[in-house]
Write a protein that binds this ligand. Structure first.
Ligand SMILES: C[S@@+](CC[C@H](N)C(=O)[O-])C[C@H]1O[C@@H](n2cnc3c(N)ncnc32)[C@H](O)[C@@H]1O
Length: 195
């Protein structure tokens, strides 16, 4: 299994582990994703919300050969530096940067024609935004894919309690994060469990 801690060391050695990065995904989340990816072995990944590229780099680290589509309306140069460093390190997978909102990105047939084994919904964090992202994402997931929602207990407003799709089958909540004030829980939706 590829380790989150090795990814942090990799960034640290190259001066790429910035405070802004460590805020986004901390050790509990990173180790949780490492286990999830070990199980899932995702080949095609969708990320909604890139920021400085910490989760994007982590997905590349954990799934070196996967194709990753990363959606972000306000691209920041640091994310590109992280991905370039991983490419130079020999991780061969293709990373596609879509510098648009997720609503705009979901109009792109190139994005819609793929089937994703894993998706992260970590974009605008409003309830309405998370609902729209879920509505768009669920139609492009592979049958046994997994969708991760960040901040399910905070800005999205207990999003799982309010989405009709989750009234019968409850998504799996993971306390990847130690401090609930730091973004709350991740929620995982296993598409194979959907009715
Ligand atoms: C919490 S940050 C993402 C952090 C990143 N996933 C990580 O863990 O390293 C949220 C990002 O979503 C972006 N964002 C905001 N609205 C969005 C939208 N409608 N579609 C996609 N991304 C959006 C923001 O610009 C911001 O960079």
């Amino acid at each position: 299994m590829r380790l989150y801690t090795d990814y942090c060391d990799f960034l640290h050695e190259r001066g790429l582990l910035r405070g802004t990065l460590t805020k986004a995904i901390k050790i509990w989340t990173g180790c949780g994703f490492a286990h999830l990816f070990d199980m899932l072995d995702p080949k095609v990944i969708l990320e909604i919300g890139r920021f400085d590229g910490h989760s994007l780099g982590l997905f590349r680290w954990l799934a070196p050969e996967a194709a990753i589509i990363s959606v972000e309306p306000s691209p920041r140069p640091h994310a590109k530096k992280v991905i370039d460093a991983l490419w130079e390190h020999g991780l061969p997978g293709e990373t596609i940067f879509i510098d648009k909102t997720s609503d705009e990105a979901f109009k792109d047939p190139g994005l819609l024609n793929l089937r994703y084994d894993f998706a992260l919904i970590d974009g605008d964090h409003s309830y309405e935004g998370a609902l729209r992202d879920w509505g768009n994402t669920k139609g492009v997931m592979a049958p046994n894919g997994v969708v991760a929602f960040d901040n399910t207990e905070m800005a999205c407003g207990k999003v799982f309690d309010r989405i009709d799709d989750f009234k019968t089958v409850k998504p799996f909540h993971v306390n990847f994060r130690k401090d609930p004030a730091d973004g709350g829980q991740f929620g995982l939706v296993f598409m194979g469990d959907r009715p």
